[in-house]
Ligand binder design. Structure first.
Ligand code: GLN
Length: 189
């Protein structure tokens, strides 16, 4: 199986390594023509306003949005989560707008721009997941079709809507492959 990692900006290599460690072939996606080679797409962390503009420049915003609407599996981490959201609070920046979620950017404040925390994700088993947050967003609200997979108090950190998966943190920066494996399973169906 081949899974794409959007390679316009951000933590591309780390996701590619996690996929390889799961026995899947990563494809770094830079052009829309490559989208037909893959069975799923990861949108890595970076800076969402920049990646949104680059998606338009490289003519991939609409093709990826269409694929997502048609059931193609997409996993967004951090910036990827922001780009998947229909509503980005206080922002009109370009986005795919596929997931029925409201997202607050840089939501943990300046003082705690980056931090790590073990969070429970019952869907992945009893062992908590060591989550790395970097100027992270969180989901404030999800629609009826959105399944919340992890949260800290009222902050939603990991969620799924059918073929779409979104994490506020960076699973590619840890050795724990459970989230990548979970996404690979979504891609093999
Ligand atoms: N704060 C960034 C944004 O708004 C996201 C940070 C990240 O992807 N680590 O795009």
């Amino acid at each position: 199986m081949k899974i794409g990692v959007l390679a316009l900006q951000g933590a591309v290599r780390e996701h590619a390594n996690s996929l390889m460690n799961c026995g899947v072939e990563p494809v770094e996606i830079r052009y829309s023509e490559q989208l037909s080679e893959i069975q799923g797409l990861i949108i890595p962390g970076g800076e969402s306003t920049t990646v949104g503009k680059l998606l338009i420049k490289y003519k991939m915003l609409e093709p990826i949005a269409k694929m997502g609407q048609n059931g193609f599996p997409i996993f967004g981490t951090c910036t990827g989560l922001i780009l998947l959201a229909k509503e980005i609070i206080g922002s009109v920046q370009p986005r795919l707008g596929l997931m029925d979620i409201n997202v607050e950017r840089n939501a943990f404040g300046r003082q705690i721009a980056s931090f790590e925390q073990d969070i429970p994700i019952p869907e992945l088993g009893p062992e908590p997941f060591h989550a790395v947050f970097i100027r992270a967003p969180y989901i404030t609200k999800g629609g009826e079709e959105v399944r919340i997979l992890a949260r800290l108090e009222e902050k939603i950190l990991f969620a799924r809507q059918k073929n779409l998966l979104a994490a506020a943190f960076h699973p590619e920066l840890t050795k724990d492959l459970r989230i990548h494996q979970y996404f690979i399973e979504m891609c093999s169906k």
